[in-house]
Design a protein around this ligand. Structure first.
Ligand code: AMP
Ligand code: ZN
Length: 664
């Protein structure tokens, strides 16, 4: 086999693995082996760029940057859908269309995925172009971004028409969405509001490598084109599956509107068990011939109808609005409601997001408001019942001063939120920063919890995290609920945190945008806090994965005299502000690209040590077993369900000894 053929073979193999993993959810190779093959292909393509396929699996990692998205006119218009909300609506629709076509009508019922619509064009089996819906007539070309979504085939399988468009929805499953939000919170950023907006925002990111990091999926529902050799919508879905697209299996054929309603009622409940958001059912006339006869209105096909699930909604009274101050000083208005049952839980509060939102809703204390629970975790107010508004009601005046420290609030250009600039004198900001400092992923201080931090700050014992190291038993004992034992535990916990490695300390400092991963990168590159403090913005931006926003934030942090003084104190107390010499000496790349899960109890090393060894040798530690896991290090008393999962996914179980051999 010559090099060109070998590159092709490797590409085909990787494509098949991507398909098994992302479309069928059934991987047949470990992630580690996959990565090795991908790396091999990357290296070959670099050496022989003339043999690189335009749709090579190596393009999945992204890298292409689009400054301005090109506008593309859709060859077949992307219509919207008419909505229905009841059995009567559906029956009316049936009556209308029965007058326009001959013969029996069958319907396909599909779920209505709630994401961003996309149109993909394939030519000779290759993905040519991906375009957003835009206004339906024309959209933005986002091909480079779409190529990073692993369930979108870059090259088709089996028999395919020479040229066609296929339509689908880009969704962000809940799991991935929640994970992204956890990371946002870690760096002091506002969480994303819901999966749909996040999915559609992702399509328009300029850097495709950023898109590649987001766990987006593409679910397909319609093939359009000429001479496709398909007679029905059901066949169209089956055909799409055969060509390698991800088409959910829920779709069903119904021979009457009653059967359609059965489908709707089933999924109205069952949808809560789906991994992604749906907001209804789409009913389509199954025969493409009948579809053609029915045609389109100015806005939507006559042959399709969306049936919207009722969002779970209640009305209740708005008792008051309070304002929370976050660790970064951002103000969030919160609606305090008359408690009410909604989707199985008692709701007492709802988010109001910011002053614009309050103005937009014109929501006022005393109003009856409609509350809804959608994909968001926190319920939201969607409207006010104006008919029951008290006559003497006054528009809500947004606060001008911090509710905690009375400082005049600021609002930066381009930001939706007001914030309190009294960084070092505003209690919730002080408390929030210290709580972040002691948290598990940061300094992991045992014997000290978030509430105690608030207690200590309010008692005037500490006002920044460096003060933790000055606490004495005598100071702590008089505090409420502080027994001698807990005081000792707290002091021991603080003492032990002096051993926490530099990269975690850097994360603990709470520099905006410096999350766990960024902290690791910076620590690895600069090796000490002094070097980071001295770095210029240009230098910072040159570090792998450090963007302008992060660089600016780092510069801003060290520009503050108060911050520099705090760091100086931490240094004097013996907190690790540089990578230890021992660590430098022990670091290798032996475990690069390998992901480990540590489970059970071990004989010679502790779990924490094991994790450290993994990371020092370039590996990654993950908390749960997935197909991405390379090895599970199994200790004594490992849970049977974990074992089963590892076996099912074909992840290798290794002993502590076997692991230690890997790094010696
Ligand atoms: P709307 O935006 O409410 O007018 O609804 C139309 C949109 O529903 C389309 O643009 C699609 O993006 C989306 N949609 C989601 N699932 C489906 C499906 N199974 N069939 C057709 N359209 C769907
Ligand atoms: Zn304040």
């Amino acid at each position: 086999m010559n090099t060109k053929e070998y590159i092709q073979k490797l590409g085909a193999e990787l494509r098949e693995h991507n398909y098994n993993y992302y479309v069928l959810d059934n991987p047949t190779i470990s992630d580690y082996d996959f990565d090795i093959k991908l790396k091999e292909l990357q290296a070959l393509e670099e050496k022989y760029p003339e043999f690189q396929d335009a749709n090579s699996p190596t393009l999945r990692v992204g890298g292409a940057v689009t400054k301005n998205f090109k506008t593309v006119v859709h060859e077949h218009r992307m219509y919207s859908l008419d909505n229905s909300y009841s059995l009567e609506d559906l029956q009316d629709w049936e009556t209308r269309i029965k007058k326009m076509v001959d013969g029996e009508i069958q319907y396909t019922c599909e779920l209505k995925y709630d994401g961003a619509s996309i149109s993909l064009t394939y030519e000779n089996g290759n993905l040519l172009r991906a375009v957003t819906r835009g206004d339906g007539m024309q959209g933005d070309e986002v091909t480079a971004n779409i190529k990073t979504i692993k369930s979108v085939p870059l090259q088709l399988k089996g028999d395919y028409p020479p040229k066609f468009d296929i339509r689908g929805e880009i969704v962000l499953p809940f799991d991935g969405f929640n994970k992204m939000n956890e990371e946002r919170l870690d760096i002091g950023e506002e969480p994303y509001r819901n999966p749909r907006n996040t999915a559609s925002g992702s399509l328009k990111l300029q850097d495709s490598a950023e898109v590649a990091k987001r766990p987006l999926e593409c679910l397909l529902y319609n093939i359009t084109g000429n001479n496709l050799g398909i007679a029905t919508q059901m066949e169209s879905l089956a055909k799409a599956r055969q060509m390698g697209f991800k088409v959910p299996e829920a779709a069903k054929l119904a021979s009457s509107i009653d059967e359609v309603l059965e489908f709707v009622n089933y999924w109205d409940v069952e949808r809560h068990n789906l991994p992604y958001e749906t907001d209804g059912v789409v009913v389509k006339v199954n025969s493409l011939f009948q579809q053609e006869e029915l045609g389109y209105t100015a806005k939507a096909p006559r042959w399709a109808m969306a049936y919207k699930f009722k969002a779970e909604q209640v009305s209740t009274r708005l008792n008051s609005i309070s304002y929370q101050v976050g660790r970064t000083g951002a103000i969030t208005p919160v609606a305090n409601l008359e408690p009410v049952e909604l989707a199985g839980t008692t709701v007492k509060r709802a988010s109001l997001h910011n002053s614009d939102q309050i103005e937009k809703l014109d929501v006022r204390v005393g109003d009856e408001v409609f509350v809804e629970k959608g994909g968001e975790i926190i319920p939201k107010i969607i409207a006010v019942d104006l008919s029951s508004r008290p006559e003497n009601s006054e528009p809500t005046k947004y606060i001008t001063h911090c509710p905690e420290c009375n400082t005049l609030l600021e609002r930066l250009e381009g930001e939706a939120k007001h914030f309190c600039p009294n960084f070092n004198g505003c209690n919730p900001q002080i408390i929030g920063r210290i709580q972040h400092y002691i948290s598990r992923k940061a300094m992991d201080i045992e014997g000290l919890g978030g509430e105690t931090v608030a207690l200590l700050v309010n008692a005037g014992l500490i006002s920044n995290y460096s003060d933790l190291y000055t606490l004495t038993k005598e100071q702590l004992m008089p505090l409420e609920r502080m027994a001698e034992k807990s005081a000792e535990n707290l002091i021991n916990g603080v003492e032990a945190s002096k051993q926490i490695p530099f990269e975690s300390v850097l994360f603990a400092l709470g520099i905006r945008y410096v999350g766990e991963t960024v902290a690791k990168k910076l620590a690895k590159h600069y090796k000490s806090i002094d070097a980071i403090a001295k770095a210029t913005q240009e230098e910072l931006v040159n570090v792998d994965e450090i963007g302008v926003k992060i660089a600016e934030s780092v510069i801003l942090f060290f520009a503050s005299e108060a911050n520099r003084a705090t760091i100086e104190k931490l240094k004097q107390f013996g907190v690790q502000l540089e990578v230890s010499a021992e660590k430098l000496a022990n670091q290798t790349n032996k475990l690069e690209n390998k992901i480990f899960v540590v489970s059970g109890v071990f004989e010679t090393v502790s779990r924490t040590e094991l994790k450290k060894l993994i990371e020092d040798n370039g590996g990654k530690v993950s908390s749960s077993i997935s197909a991405k896991t390379s090895f599970v290090i199994a200790g004594d008393k490992m849970g049977p369900s974990k074992k089963e999962k590892a076996e099912k996914l074909g992840v290798a179980l290794i002993s502590e000894q076997e692991f230690l051999q890997m790094i010696t």
